[in-house]
Design a protein around this ligand. Structure first.
Ligand SMILES: [Cu+2]
Length: 278
């Protein structure tokens, strides 16, 4: 009896703790409120099963406590009960998985007006590339990476000339502008994650992965690498700064194009070699 009461109290305390917990998500700052909805649905389904199973167990402890006058009954099979339990479990699994598939489909269906940007991950930091006026990112190849061309952009590709190079951990985005993030990695697995956007994806060397989101709140949002990537993993941080239209175009105007950066790097190299010779 005592054990059954303690058991029931633990269940009640767990539920109270869930609703009164001081730890909860930061407010969502993108269009992905749907992702929160699926997690909340998961809490409801798993929570209901947790309460039902645990209460049933404490009821059994109380109901079938030791009684010298009672004989145990042997009941090897109950087809009706098994059918009911299987159907109920199947329903629970469908409720857990189906909404997730719908949201995932939205997550990988990029709207046409999305701005394509590139996020480059390395041990241990972030760089970015935005398309220039043509709206197209130039092609890249890992074999083209050198000191002058750190992104490995294809100089033969006319689309690469006006690409905007952001060699900084901080990225600016414009509010309410959908963005498609194309992810690249120079070395190992990383994961570009902004908790307030509820969106993340692994970056893989040799493959371009992607997802999209629309920032819906201005402000600074921290970027975390969500894939353990070596000793500097903890320091792999940056910021996404969501600006209104004016602040965004001011920031954009200060950035350098790939063509300019290439020329600058070549000039620097020349100066450096001249200095070494002298
Ligand atoms: Cu990383």
């Amino acid at each position: 009896m005592f054990v059954a009461i303690i058991f029931a109290l633990i269940i009640i305390a767990s539920i109270i703790f869930h609703f009164w917990s001081p730890w909860w998500w930061t407010p969502v700052a993108s269009n992905w409120g749907n992702i929160d909805d699926t997690i909340i649905l998961t809490f409801w389904v798993t929570g209901a099963v947790f309460v039902a199973v645990c209460l049933f167990m404490s009821w059994c402890i109380w109901k079938y406590r030791y009684n010298p006058d009672r004989k145990a009954e042997y009941k090897p099979e109950d087809k009706k009960l098994e059918f009911r339990l299987t159907a109920l479990t199947a329903l629970g699994v469908v409720a857990l998985l189906a909404p997730g598939l719908v949201v995932w489909n939205k997550y990988v269906t990029v709207p046409e007006n999305a701005l394509k940007i590139e996020v480059v991950a390395y041990q241990w930091g972030w760089n970015y590339r935005l398309p220039g006026n043509d709206g197209i990112l130039g092609t890249t190849d890992i074999s083209l990476i050198n000191d002058e061309n750190p992104y490995g952009l294809n100089p033969e590709d006319p689309n690469s000339k006006d690409d905007i190079i952001v060699m900084d951990a901080d990225l600016h985005l414009e509010i309410n502008q959908p963005v498609k993030v194309e992810l690249r990695s120079y070395d190992v697995l990383h994961n570009f994650y902004v908790p307030q956007f509820r969106a993340k994806m692994d970056t893989l060397p040799g493959i371009i992965t992607f997802y999209w989101f629309t920032p819906t709140k201005t402000g600074d949002f921290e970027i975390l690498c969500a894939e353990y990537c070596g000793t500097g993993h903890y320091a792999m941080r940056g910021k996404v700064l969501v600006d209104d239209e004016k602040d965004y175009s001011d920031w954009l105007a200060k950035q350098i194009t790939h063509e300019k950066m290439l020329a600058q790097n070549k000039e620097n190299k020349k100066l450096l070699t001249a200095e070494i010779k002298n």
